[in-house]
Design a protein around this ligand. Sequence first.
Ligand SMILES: Nc1ncnc2c1ncn2[C@@H]1O[C@H](COP(=O)(O)OP(=O)(O)OP(=O)(O)O)[C@@H](O)[C@H]1O
Ligand SMILES: [Mg+2]
Length: 382
Amino acid sequence: MEKTILLVDDEEGIRRVLGIALSDIGYQVLTAENGAEALRVFKESRPQIVLSDIKMPEMDGIELLRRIKKMSPDTEVIMITGHGDMDLAIKSVKYEATDFVTKPIHDEVLEIALNRALERIAMRRKLNEYTQNLEQLVRDKTQKLLEAERLAAVGQTVAGLSHAIKNITGGLKGGAFVLEKGIELDEKKYLMQGWEMIKGNVDKITNLSLDLLNYARDTELNFQACDPNKPAQEVIDLMVPRAHELGIDLKSDFSQNLKTCHFDSDFIYRCLLNLVTNALDAFVHEKPVARDKKVTLCTKKSRGWGVEYQVLDNGCGMSPEIRKNIFKRFFSTKGSDGTGIGLMITQKIVKEHQGVIEVESEEGVGSKFIIKIPEMPKRNDC
Ligand SMILES: Nc1ncnc2c1ncn2[C@@H]1O[C@H](COP(=O)(O)OP(=O)(O)OP(=O)(O)O)[C@@H](O)[C@H]1O
Ligand SMILES: [Mg+2]
């Protein structure tokens, strides 16, 4: 690449002599006789090196140096100083002059100063390239890592889903087998049993697909003014018969002093249904117990929130180890009866309502799930 230098001196003789010397050592030389002209040439041609007299009428070398460095900090500026210009030379160090050559200028001294400037330019270029390469490298690596993480997450989801679907199809097959036996033997007992198994698994696959659609949904929630007791009452109405069948006393305890809240009622219903279903499940694998099996769904006024929902049960409770994992995707302790996405979705919906979900539980004693929802979501987040 061609080396360009801007030579600034008010003395014509110096410009000429130095100009020849610089051309001889391979520079393309631009000249200016004062600071203003030098700035104009600099802006136009952007030479890599500027060689300027320190003392000039009007704009002196220091002011020129300051302005050039402000415009282009990487330009190398070498100052030509005379004897007795020490104060000026010191001042120019402050503005980052690259070097000094003293008048009368010896060719070798000038060449050394110029070579040093060229080395600095080359080094800076290398450093720039290196930094750019490094940035590119970091970008590539990050991209690859993200992609790998995404693929791993997709893999996990597919594995979890396959497991859930396998469980349900297993249940359906089992139901079909019992049903066939019932037809073959003309036994109403088997027919009923098989039919119940099939019905249960059809419910499960319906719920699974609903939950997955919910999770993958990218539509916005439909926030509307609602009575917070309404979705809770709907869950009670749906679940009381099932609880009854299981010998569980499902009760409601609703506050009548709640203000209207703005939320998506269908989704809040889904959350409460998940919590109540889990609470009923908490008795399924329990050995027969002396105490009454109780589940309560409460609504309360809570300071700073529109409504607080609580689902309490005195079922099996959770160990600290289980408690740690319950919001994770596909975490379930229910074997083929659970898919492990109920709480994950509940948590997602609560977050989308800018609410919180809390859990207290003791193994063998029971659990309490709390959901707090604001009266009105903040505008930009919903
Ligand atoms: N009230 C509760 N009492 C005891 N354990 C609970 C309770 N609620 C949740 N859990 C534990 O948390 C786990 C995860 O619950 P989650 O609702 O996410 O999945 P699941 O109920 O197993 O399956 P599904 O996706 O069908 O709801 C449960 O398997 C259970 O171990
Ligand atoms: Mg569940």
